[in-house]
Design a protein around this ligand. Structure first.
Ligand code: KG4
Ligand code: ZN
Length: 335
C-alpha cells in the first residue's frame, strides 16, 4: 500500500513513494529531490520567500514524476505524509497546503511529520540490523542535538546547541575563509588537504549542558583577521584547525553520552554526517556500533518522511483538521 511523502521544510523540494514492509522498514518506490542550493547561493543563504515560491513551482511536477517512477497512479495511494515542521513557515505551508488538498480530493488519510524525527529514523532505511533503542547525533545546518531514540515518538534529549548549529558553524567559518554559501563541505575538503595545523582554536564546548559554537565563531573570525588568508597553506591550516575544533566538540559530547547510556548503538544524521574527519573520529569510539543513513538520505529527503508517515499512519495517527505548519517543534515533545 504505497504512501506519498512530501518534504518542503527548507530549500529542497522532495517527494517519495514508499511502502511499509514491516513495522520499521520500508521499500522505496520513488525518491526525488529538487535542490535550490544554487539559487540561494547567489544570496549567501536561504531566502525564505524565494524558497517557498520554488516549492510551489516544483512540488506538483515532482509528485507527478515520483508516481511515474514508482509506476503507480494516484488511486493506488493509501495515505499521505507531509513535513509539518520544524522549518521555514512559508515553505512548510506550501507542502502542507498541497498535501491537505490532495488528501481531501483523494479521500486519503494524512499525517504530519516532524522533519527531525525523519532524520532520526532515516538510518533504519538502509541498516537492517539497526534496532531501537539507539543514540542519535543530529548534525545539520540548523540542528545540533544528541538524543536517545527509544522508539517511534519516544525521544529523550541529551544535549542541544545553545546557539549555532555545527553545520552553520562550518558554513559561517567557510564564508570567513572566502567560500560561498554553503561552504561546509569545501572547508572540510580544504582542511583534509593538510595533515596538521599550526593553529589551535579553543575547545568550543564549555557549556555543561548542550553544545555551544558561538565562541568558536568569534575565535575563528579574530584568528583570520590576525593571520589573513595568504599564502594558501595558511588558509588550509586554518580550515584544518576549524574542522578539528568542531569535530572535537561533537565527539567528546557523544563519547560521554555513549558512556552514560545502556546502548552502544549510535546513528549520525544530517548534512555534517558526511564529514570525513567526523566519521573517522567517531570510528575511534571504543565499543560503539555506528550507523549512517545512505548519503542521499543524510541530506533533506522525503523517503525519511515516508518512513515516519508509514509508521504513524499504521498506528492510527492522523492530522487534525485545521492543523498548521509548526516552525519550531522540538522532537522530544513528540509522542
Ligand atoms: O542536513 P542538511 O543537509 O540540511 C539542513 O540543515 O538544511 O545539512 C546541511 C549542512 C550545511 O551546513 C553543510 O555545509 C553541511 O551540512 N555539510 C558539511 C559537509 N557536507 C555538508 N559540513 C562539513 N563537512 C561536510 N563534508
Ligand atoms: Zn534536515
Amino acid at each position: 500500500m504505497p504512501i506519498l511523502a512530501i518534504e518542503t521544510s527548507c530549500d529542497e523540494t522532495a517527494v517519495a513513494v514508499v511502502e511499509l514492509t514491516s513495522s520499521e522498514r520500508i521499500s522505496i518506490l520513488g525518491d526525488l529531490v529538487s535542490s535550490q542550493v544554487d539559487l540561494h547561493a547567489l544570496y549567501g543563504g536561504v531566502v525564505p520567500e524565494l524558497a517557498a515560491r520554488e516549492h510551489l513551482k516544483n512540488l506538483p511536477l515532482l509528485v507527478e514524476e515520483a508516481l511515474r517512477v514508482a509506476g503507480i497512479t494516484f488511486d493506488r495511494l493509501s495515505g499521505i505524509g507531509v513535513t509539518q515542521g520544524p522549518g521555514l513557515k512559508g515553505c512548510l505551508m506550501i507542502g502542507l497546503g498541497f498535501a491537505k488538498g490532495l488528501a481531501t480530493a483523494l479521500h486519503l488519510p494524512l499525517v504530519g511529520v516532524n522533519h527531525i524525527e525523519g532524520h532520526l529514523l532515516s538510518p533504519l532505511i538502509n541498516n537492517p540490523k539497526l534496532t531501537f533503542p539507539y543514540l542519535a547525533l543530529v548534525v545539520s545546518g540548523g540542528h545540533t542535538e544528541l538524543l536517545e531514540v527509544l522508539g517511534l515518538g519516544r525521544y529523550r534529549l541529551l544535549a542541544r546547541t545553545h546557539d549555532d548549529a555545527a553545520g552553520e558553524t562550518f558554513d559561517k567559518s567557510a564564508n570567513l575563509l572566502g567560500f560561498s554559501y554553503p561552504g561546509g563541505a569545501r572547508l572540510a575538503a580544504l582542511a583534509d588537504s593538510v595533515s596538521s595545523s599550526r593553529y589551535r582554536l579553543p575547545a568550543v564546548m564549555r557549556a555543561a549542558e548542550g553544545f555551544s559554537f558561538s565562541g568558536l565563531k568569534t575565535a575563528v573570525s579574530l584568528l583570520i583577521k590576525r593571520e589573513g588568508l595568504e599564502p594558501s597553506e595558511k588558509r588550509a591550516e586554518l580550515a584544518h584547525a576549524i574542522q578539528e575544533a568542531i569535530v572535537e566538540a561533537l565527539v567528546s559530547k557523544t563519547r560521554k553520552a555513549l558512556d552514560d547510556s545502556e546502548t552502544s548503538r549510535l546513528v549520525v544524521v544530517g548534512g555534517v554526517s558526511a564529514n570525513r574527519r567526523l566519521k573517522m573520529a567517531l570510528g575511534t569510539l571504543t565499543g560503539a556500533e555506528i550507523y549512517f543513513p545512505e548519503a542521499k538520505h543524510s541530506i533533506d529527503n522525503a523517503a525519511m518522511i515516508g518512513l515516519v508517515a508509514a509508521m504513524r499512519l499504521k498506528r492510527g495517527d492522523r492530522m487534525q483538521p485545521g492543523a498548521q505548519a509548526i516552525s519550531r517543534w522540538p522532537v522530544e515533545t513528540l509522542q
